[in-house]
Design a protein around this ligand. Structure first.
Ligand code: ATP
Ligand code: MG
Length: 441
């Protein structure tokens, strides 16, 4: 089998071979190229030791010398070149006590997680596929290299990676691999939040974010995201919903655009429902205040998963405001823009639309026109450059000091008061009118 590899990769392999070493493109890049997907990065595995690799290339970075990895910089790109290695005994379902270099490519391939990730390619020797990765690519199957229970006991993160790859590729998890996850999912508690976050994120922005269901069925979410299990156990009974909270969330994930902010918002938007559920005399179930409570829970979960502040703040705001009111007016849209931020308003409408697309037909019919109206009003607000935040208020702190106010808290309060006025009356946004409003003219 021949596969296309970039010139730089061919060049690196060639330089290593000319110096007497073996070298292959390996892992995700081989898998993705065979699938016709664009690889994210190209990794190279070689019999050369780190110091030997460094001696052959002009620009290198010591990425993880103790694990055998040197980054080679070539033509504006970076390539990880790693010495063939076997992982020693594992501690804590996390990391090997030590790694050992080996002279054998196949030994190196054996330590890799899944058959589809354990193929290597060299232009001269072709494809090395010891574990039938090609067969599993054709069958659409995620299967461990070797004994699944052993492999997951070595590194528990691999269980979440299995689900992540199945979501990215639309693959099924092979039976023995699946049951090993069920058995060992509990070990994910030993894995750092950062590594969990990375894999969950890749799953969520994949073509099949609803494969989060597999993480639920195998007991992974019970460990890394127990809040989701509670949603799966929360029924809904009203004219808008025909699914329980968790199922509705999975459906919404498939409805919404593949974007980090939007997908995490979809995952968290109803996270406040399990704790706000009430049933009225007619058996109708309500969730009063779930958006507000949900935004606080989302905040805590995202802190736990070590999100960056920017993503966290955006998602929390979207969750808090995901319920559109029925009575939509230019004024209510200005207030909403003020609450979520100008940059987050159109994303908010995407959230609202996907949320309702995952409900009953009745809900879709109710909300479609409301969302369309909100968009129309927003466009008008932008067109006529109406003020929706302090940044575009015509009155500044400086003006208040010039008018005789002392620097301090009162200035902020006065500006907030003006903004309130302007959100209701856009035409009041002139310096003169606002000074007059404050009695300062
Ligand atoms: P992508 O980069 O598209 O997310 P990938 O397959 O390249 O997918 P990486 O995390 O970049 O995944 O890892 C590169 C390769 O290293 C994998 O293809 C696999 O062979 C091996 N690998 C990575 N993580 C593990 C792990 N936890 N256990 C065993 N092998 C692993
Ligand atoms: Mg990769």
């Amino acid at each position: 089998m021949r596969i296309e590899i970039p010139d730089n990769v061919a060049k690196i392999i060639n330089i290593l071979e000319k110096a007497g070493y073996e070298a292959y493109a390996v892992g995700g890049c081989v898998r993705d190229t065979i699938l016709g997907r664009e690889p994210e990065d190209w990794d190279i595995t070689t019999s050369a030791k780190p110091q030997e690799i460094k001696a052959l290339f002009r620009r290198t970075v010591d990425t993880g010398i103790q694990h055998g990895t040197v980054t080679v910089l070539l033509g504006g790109s970076a390539y990880e070149v790693t010495t063939y290695r076997v992982d020693g005994e594992y501690e804590d379902s996390r990391h090997p006590k030590q790694v050992e270099f080996t002279a054998s490519l196949v030994e190196d391939l054996k330590r890799r997680d899944f058959t589809i990730n354990a193929m290597a390619y060299n232009p001269g020797f072709g494809l090395v596929d010891e574990f039938d990765g090609i067969g599993d690519l054709e069958r659409g199957i995620i299967r461990c290299v070797g004994d699944a229970r052993e492999r997951f006991s070595e590194d528990a993160l691999r269980m979440l990676r299995a689900v992540r790859f199945s979501g990215q590729l639309g693959f099924e998890i092979e039976e023995a691999t699946f049951s090993a996850i069920k058995e060992l999912a509990g070990n994910l508690r030993l894995i750092s939040a950062e590594r969990i976050h990375t894999e969950l994120n890749k799953l969520l922005i994949s073509p099949h974010p609803d494969y989060l269901r597999i993480a639920y069925e195998t007991g992974i979410t019970a460990v890394v995201l127990p809040e989701f299990d509670r949603m799966m156990a929360t029924p809904q009974k009203n004219i808008y919903h025909n699914l329980n909270v968790g199922e509705h969330t999975l459906k919404m994930l498939s409805e919404i655009r593949a974007d980090v902010i939007l997908r995490w918002t979809a995952l968290f938007h109803d996270i406040g429902k399990p704790d706000t559920m009430s049933e009225d005399a007619d058996g109708i179930i309500h969730f009063r205040g779930h958006a507000e409570l949900g935004s606080r829970i989302a905040h805590d979960v995202m802190k736990r998963l070590k999100f960056d502040n920017d993503t966290l703040n955006k998602v929390v705001k979207l969750v808090a405001n995901h319920e559109l009111r029925f009575e939509i007016t230019p004024r209510s849209v200005r207030r909403l823009v003020n609450r979520v931020g100008d940059d987050m308003f159109l994303p908010l409408l995407e959230v609202c639309l996907a949320d309702n697309m995952a409900k009953t037909e009745y809900a879709v019919n109710q909300y479609r026109p409301i969302i369309a109206k909100a968009r129309e009003y927003y466009e008008e607000i932008k067109r006529s450059e109406q003020c929706t935040s302090l940044a575009t208020l015509e009155l500044k702190g400086r003006d208040l000091i010039d008018a005789g106010m002392k620097p301090g808290r009162e200035i902020g309060e006065a500006l907030d008061k003006c903004l309130e006025l302007v959100l209701d009356n856009p035409e009041a946004n002139t310096k003169a009118r606002l000074l007059e409003y404050l009695g300062l003219n």
